[in-house]
Design a protein around this ligand. Structure first.
Ligand code: MN
Length: 273
């Protein structure tokens, strides 16, 4: 019977985590180790300069879970190091409150959990859906369906494994389950945040502080991408590799003939403008 670690970046009391835990019970023994607070958008943060605490908590269904004072990545690393006993056979992270599409994967703590699992030699799946208040559909029904999809994928991953350095990033559209149109295997699409707002205010001592963010993402709904699939009502399953090398650029970069030799730095580099 496989051991499955369920974790997230929204914190141990997130309803998405509980739904995922319940949905994966068909696959084996599910253990939960998640951060004690919300770490969304902290990417692959790792605690290096202070100790990590672990405690048991009771989830809303009465079951026991573990939470740690560390980051999402720390939770996966703790489990990989055997803190819960058996090292997990599979790590599933989520269900995140909010899609992780396009450039989101570089910010996402949810995706980072699956990355950390991959680094530690465990197959990893990240699972996200719409955030609260962003859909008219029943959030519990969406979570239940997303957890079923996670179980189906998890079963295949346990059976087949994943290629080296590869994880799966899954996004489930926030629609009533009956309205889901199917599943697409996708590549990372185009979602960017070009309109982050900079708000400057003053604290009670007259010193400035800033809020940065709040801009809506700009999505391009290309076929074959995660962004396009979810916009059109399809579950997206994107294989992501930890090898971030731009292979297509290696040759051109080599042609720059970068050398470690003393030469004057040009005062002005002509960019051909
Ligand atoms: Mn999150």
């Amino acid at each position: 019977m496989p051991t499955i670690l369920v974790t997230n970046d929204d914190g141990v009391y997130s309803p998405g985590l509980l739904a995922l835990k319940q949905g994966l019970a068909v696959l084996g023994t599910v253990v939960v180790l998640a951060p004690e607070r919300n770490w969304s958008a902290t990417s692959h943060a790792k605690t290096m300069h202070k100790p990590l605490r672990l405690q048991t908590v009771t989830l809303a269904d009465g079951s026991e879970a573990y939470c740690s004072s560390g980051s999402p990545t720390d939770c996966v690393a703790l489990a990989a190091a055997g803190v819960l006993g058996a090292v997990p056979d599979l790590v599933v992270s989520g269900i995140n409150a909010g899609y992780n599409l396009g450039i989101d994967v570089t910010y996402s703590g949810t995706v980072a959990c699956a990355m950390e699992a991959t680094i530690k030699g465990m197959p990893g799946i990240a699972l996200s859906t719409v955030g609260p208040g962003q859909t008219e559909a029943d959030p519990q029904a969406i979570h239940r369906r997303a957890a079923e999809i996670a179980a189906e994928l998890g079963e295949q991953v346990l059976l087949r494994g994943l290629p080296p350095q590869t994880l799966l990033n899954v996004n489930v559209p926030g629609v009533e389950p009956a309205a889901l149109r199917g599943l697409h295997i996708t590549r990372i699409g185009s979602r960017h945040y070009p309109n982050d707002e900079l708000i400057r205010r003053e604290d009670p001592y007259g010193r400035p502080y800033y809020w940065l963010g709040g801009g809506r993402p700009v999505d391009i709904h290309d076929d074959g991408t995660d962004v396009g699939a979810v916009a059109n009502g399809f579950v997206s399953v994107t294989p992501i590799t930890l090898d971030m090398t731009n292979y297509a650029f290696l040759g051109d970069l080599g042609a720059w003939e970068l050398r470690l030799e003393d030469r004057p730095v040009p005062a002005h580099v002509d960019r051909g403008e």
